[in-house]
Structures are given as structure tokens and as C-alpha cells.
Design a protein around this ligand. Structure first.
Ligand SMILES: Nc1nc2c(ncn2[C@@H]2O[C@H](COP(=O)(O)OP(=O)(O)OP(=O)(O)O)[C@@H](O)[C@H]2O)c(=O)[nH]1
Ligand SMILES: [Mg+2]
Length: 328
């Protein structure tokens, strides 16, 4: 028996979509994405709910690169890797040039079909940017829906061609940029913005001539970066499943490094907050002494440095007296 009631058309309403999502029924997610895509009434309520429930435990991965470099083939291999360890995977194929049923996207759906009967994998293409008023916005909202649904791993496939795609990369934890030998524009692409967002470079189709040369070229460009932040460059032959283990290992390392950096950044922010509180407090404590000390400096009985020293001693003495009082 169906647990959820539906309206006459059989399409879940917004509240039903939210309930289905909470019950981890995939129909809820499919419906939720449509509601967001089509700006249906109740869209904000749905998104607010998703924002609140979005799980930060989801690991989000981006794969980007020019058309045909083998993104979907690599993503397939990555899905297989995670499924072997029982993780659920949500995939989003973002293609700004294709409408929902367009060529490349349809191709993706067929190629990734091998995972469809498997309940642990959900694959969906996002509609064109026009339908959503901005590709990166659309992806951001869809990511929240995926996170609210609670996949263990979320994968976003994008064409690495424009600013929008670069923005999308900022929403995911680890971004992998795919290049292939023999594409005249790869280095050009690598130089434009993509360099900034890549956590990892994969030279796919390494069965083709020029793979080693391309790897060296990319590594040369990356020398500009500090060693700690230099993205690894790996070779794969995705359609033969070659090099995938190394990619997975590199992704895990990057994830760990970025998590540590995140903690370090957070720590630095806290240190700064404490420092500024201390300075404000000390300046306040020094305030009542400043006039008197200025007089002494004016009559040349003290230098400003000695005056500051004296004030600090007085403040410290005051603290000691306070401590003594408190301990009684
Ligand atoms: N020779 C060779 N072909 C590959 C390799 N990996 C993928 N391919 C083939 O390259 C073609 C494109 O692969 P896709 O995975 O669809 O590439 P994509 O980047 O997802 O393409 P779009 O989504 O259309 O941009 C397919 O015919 C794959 O079988 C590889 O390592 N070597
Ligand atoms: Mg593809």
C-alpha cells in the first residue's frame, strides 16, 4: 500500500515531495528537482527544508573537462568504486548546452545505465541553464536537495568551459579536471581559471600518443603553485578501468588535506578573534592611565616607551590584586 497520498494526477504535491524525501524515497528527490527547476509554488518551502536538513557528511566530487574527454566513463568507474564499499551515490550531469533530453546528456544517461537497476545510485541530468536562471544557481540548489536526501557521495559532471562551470566547482569538496592528449586547446583551457579550481588533474585516454608530454606540460604550469597546494597529475585509460585506483587514492588524499586546511582556517579565524578581543580589552584598561602618562612624557620625566611599560605593569598589578581578592 502507498504510504503517501497523491493528488489526482499522481504527481506528489510539495509537502508530499518533502515527506517522500524524508522517507528516503527517490521519487521525492526526482519530484523536488522538478519543483525547483520549474519554479513551482512551494519551491521556497522545499528549499528551506533542504537547506536545514542538508547533510554535511556527504562527500561531493566534481568532474569537469571539455566535451568527450571521458568524464562519464571515469564517473562510471568512480561509482563502481564507491558501490563496492556499499556507499550510496547521487550523480548530477550538468550540461549548459543541452536541454534535458539533448544529445550529450542523453548519451550520458545511456552510458551510465549500467548503474540504474542498482538502488544505491541515482543519476540525473539537470535542465538547461535557461530553465533555472543560471547554471551555478541551479546546481547549488540541486546539490542541497541531494544532500538533504543524504547520499554518501555526490558526483557532479560539468563541461569545463565557462565561468559558470568554474563556479560549480566551488560547491564541491574535490574537483577533478580531465584533459586528453591531442586536444590543441587543453593547455589553453588549463591556463584559464581551471587551474585555480583543480584539486587533481587526470590525463585520460592515456592510450593515445602524447599522454606523457601533456602530463609534463601540466606539471610545468603547476610549478607556479606552492608545493603543498600542487594538484597531482595522473594518467588514466578510463574505458579500460586503468589508473582508477590511483585516482581514488589521490581524491582521498586531497579530501583529507582540504579538511585539515578547513580546520586550520577555522582555527586562524578564532585566533584572530581572540587577539582582537585582547587588544580591545587592554586598550580599555590602559585608557584611565593615558592622560597622566602623557603629562610625564611632556615634562620629559619619561619616554613614551617607559610610559607604556608602566601602564602594563599597573594593569598586571591590578590583575594580581583582582586574583588575590577572588581567591579569598
Ligand atoms: N581511447 C580512449 N577512449 C576513451 C577513454 N575513456 C573514454 N573513452 C571514450 O571517449 C568517448 C567519450 O567518453 P565520455 O565518457 O562520454 O566523455 P564525456 O566527457 O562524458 O563526454 P560529454 O559528456 O559528451 O562531454 C566514449 O566513446 C568513450 O568510450 C580512454 O581512456 N581512451
Ligand atoms: Mg558525459
Amino acid at each position: 500500500m502507498e504510504v503517501f497520498l497523491h493528488n489526482l494526477t499522481g504527481i506528489p504535491r510539495v509537502d508530499e515531495a518533502i515527506s517522500l524525501m524524508k522517507a528516503r524515497n527517490i521519487r521525492g528527490l526526482t519530484r523536488a528537482i522538478s519543483i525547483v527547476e520549474n519554479y513551482e509554488e512551494g519551491r521556497d518551502a522545499l528549499l528551506n527544508d533542504a537547506f536545514q536538513r542538508a547533510s554535511e557528511a556527504c562527500f561531493t566530487l566534481g568532474f569537469t573537462g571539455a566535451p568527450g574527454v571521458g568524464k562519464s566513463t571515469l564517473v562510471n568507474a568512480v561509482i563502481r568504486h564507491y558501490r563496492r564499499s556499499g556507499k550510496t551515490v547521487g550523480v548530477m550531469a550538468v550540461d549548459p548546452t543541452s536541454p534535458f533530453s539533448g544529445g550529450a546528456v542523453l548519451g550520458d544517461r545511456i552510458r551510465m545505465q549500467e548503474h540504474n537497476p542498482d538502488n544505491g545510485v541515482y543519476i540525473r541530468s539537470l535542465a538547461s541553464r535557461k530553465a533555472l536562471g543560471g547554471l551555478s544557481e541551479a546546481t547549488k540548489y540541486a546539490l542541497y536537495l541531494y544532500k538533504a536526501f543524504g547520499f554518501d557521495v555526490i558526483i557532479v559532471e560539468t563541461l569545463g568551459v565557462g565561468q559558470d562551470e568554474i563556479d560549480v566547482a566551488r560547491y564541491v569538496d574535490v574537483t577533478t579536471v580531465l584533459l586528453v592528449p591531442g586536444y590543441g586547446d587543453t593547455i589553453q583551457m588549463a591556463k584559464a581559471g581551471i587551474m585555480e579550481i583543480a584539486d587533481l588533474f587526470v590525463i585520460n585516454k592515456s592510450d593515445r600518443p602524447g599522454a606523457d608530454l601533456l602530463k609534463k606540460q601540466v606539471q610545468n604550469i603547476l610549478y607556479m603553485k606552492a608545493e603543498k597546494e600542487r594538484p597531482p597529475v595522473l594518467n588514466t585509460i578510463a574505458d579500460q578501468n586503468e589508473g582508477i585506483d590511483d585516482v581514488m587514492e589521490a581524491i582521498a588524499e586531497v579530501r583529507q588535506r582540504k579538511a585539515l586546511q578547513g580546520q586550520e582556517r577555522h582555527r586562524k579565524r578564532i585566533v584572530e578573534e581572540i587577539r582582537s578581543s585582547v587588544l580591545t580589552r587592554l586598550a580599555g584598561d590602559a585608557e584611565p592611565h593615558l592622560d597622566e602618562m602623557a603629562g610625564k612624557v611632556l615634562t620629559l620625566s619619561m619616554t613614551p616607551i617607559e610610559a607604556a611599560e608602566l601602564i602594563i605593569r599597573r594593569i598586571q598589578k591590578g590583575c594580581l590584586e583582582d586574583d588575590e581578592k577572588n581567591s579569598i
